[in-house]
Design a protein around this ligand. Structure first.
Ligand code: FES
Length: 146
């Protein structure tokens, strides 16, 4: 390989790397802005009597009249009841709950969360997201950004 060809290859590699890095950095600044623009909508999902007294229950909430649904987990644990997003905080796969292990497991890279959604194993950088939840006149509402 001639010196000139080698240098051309190096310059191309540097330019491609710079383009990739700058687009990634730009995405970091653009993405949060677009996420912030989405509003939280409270969806009625079940009656108060249907809330679990203990353990974890998965719900599929209908979010529009076209049949789109969003999954959430309702957790009743140590006198607390809260809603968790099933979206893994590593790369966004959907976790499932293992009753046997009493933990949320991500099938993609082995992420593991305790029953409160805290990371206990694998690559996820932070806990599962807690979703807004309120009870009003006997109905349970969960907040989603969709
Ligand atoms: S997406 Fe869940 S561990 Fe990677």
């Amino acid at each position: 390989m001639r010196r000139r060809d080698f240098l051309k290859g190096v310059v191309k590699a540097v330019l491609v790397s710079m383009a990739c890095i700058s687009s990634s950095v730009a995405a970091l600044f653009i993405y949060p802005a677009s996420v912030k623009q989405r509003e939280i909508t409270m969806y009625e999902c079940l009656s108060e009597e249907e809330l679990p007294r203990r353990g974890v229950r998965r719900l599929d909430i209908e979010i529009d009249n076209k049949g789109r649904r969003a999954a959430v987990f309702i957790v009743a644990h140590e006198d607390k009841c809260f809603a968790l997003s099933p979206v893994c905080t590593h790369l966004g796969c959907l976790v499932s709950f293992s009753r046997h292990g009493n933990a949320f497991i991500c099938p993609c890279h082995g992420g593991k969360y305790d029953v409160e959604g805290n990371v206990i194993g694998g690559p996820p950088p932070r806990a599962l997201t807690r979703l807004p939840m309120r009870v009003d006149k006997g109905k349970v509402y969960i907040g989603l950004k969709v």
